[in-house]
Design a protein around this ligand. Sequence first.
Ligand SMILES: [Zn+2]
Length: 483
Amino acid sequence: MIFRALILLFVIVMGSAPGQAQKPLDPETILLTKMVRSLQEGYQGYQLLGRICTMFAHRMSGSDEGAAAEEYLVRHLATLGVKVERQPFPIQVWERGNSLVQISYQGKKVPLAARSLAFTPLQVESRGEVFDIGTGYREDFIRHAASLKDKVVLVDIYPDIAKPNVMNPHRSDKLRWAQDAQARGVLFVNRYPGELLPTGTVSRIDSLVAIPAFILSRGAGLNLRALVRNNRVVAHLRASARMRQSQASNILVHFPARRPSNETVVIGAHFDTWDLAPGAIDNGIGALALFDIIRVWTELRPLQTRNITFAFWMGEEQGQIGSSHFIKQMIHQGKADSLKFYINVDMVANTNGFDMEGREELSGYLSELGKRIQSLGLDFENKQQNKISLATDTIPFFMQGVPVVQTMGQLPPLAYRAYHTSQDQFFLVQKKHMILSSQVLAILLHDLAVMDQLPAARFSDQQIKAWLRKHQAEELLNYPYGR
Ligand SMILES: [Zn+2]
């Protein structure tokens, strides 16, 4: 840290990297250097996240805790001297009740530790023979479709290692394929060892599914898989839940261009969580990284030629309800065409690269930008990836044809294992990881807000469809996502 600060100081004082000929700094380098330094020295997001994680047990959209956490963030943003817009939207709150999974084989009955997943039916009891479909790619469900009727499907929640070039389906897609094949329920096997049971939705949008779904611990799931190989195993499933109509709010901060512009760059991160934990990693770490970028923007007021909107989304966990609502409002106000670029931050810090989300044309641009980031003294690897994300706030922007970039980073393994479990707590967060995240995002955002021509253009409806097909993400066309 000290070493990095020294290099930075050296760059500021000398105006060039060590060993190179001196030349005067251009205004942009001076501005970016100030940004990087202000983020390094005056960082507030880490402490603020710590307080949020202590004060609120969770930030589930539509819950009292969620509303109180929204209010708290709004108050803190206001201290930066910015105008904060609350954008309310309706949301269905699913509250878990009891879960029971019991298996019987060879005359024995064994209960399994299990947790029902969000949007499982409200009162449900069913039974069926367990059918192990393995990882559960689309092709597996197609191949076994005839065998799944009246069965309880056993399936990995995520594969250990994703197949290259094959879309890794979301749990809600697997649930829907099982439901279409008239299965009676789904038992997901957790990816990580240990007794923690992650939650999550099995619906793409905030509405009930038709059959119950549960998560099993990795150990219980693998045991069951071994049993099914040699025995007829019947699973008995029971679950209860409540559902109520509520409201949550996106929190938006706008920085208009210096001269009126009809082009807007949006940078967003979801602030909501599930009900089990304060979601320090998913996605406090992403949301609070925006806080200091806003602070720096108010301090330095860059000369933007495009509008910028910072968005703290709610309702992401229930199916990108908040970001979809934002898109719907933009369409309603006739402003959707102004959306030119979206940067998403979800569970990322200690940033080491960019994911171009299916837009190969961004590769050259991002690699040059990465070099620029390195030249400012940041410890940034400049990796690149070209996957598309099927379960975060990128989706409503994809569906409008807006180019999307996500940052990538490397967190400690424990941080990923805590995903959607009660373990997703503040102790997993490191301040230096958040600072680097904000620094990289600020440089990317600044560039997109001032450059002459953006490095990728919006798609037409036809291009969107072709692009979804190419990336095996046509599933998304079945849902509204703000359209
Ligand atoms: Zn998330």
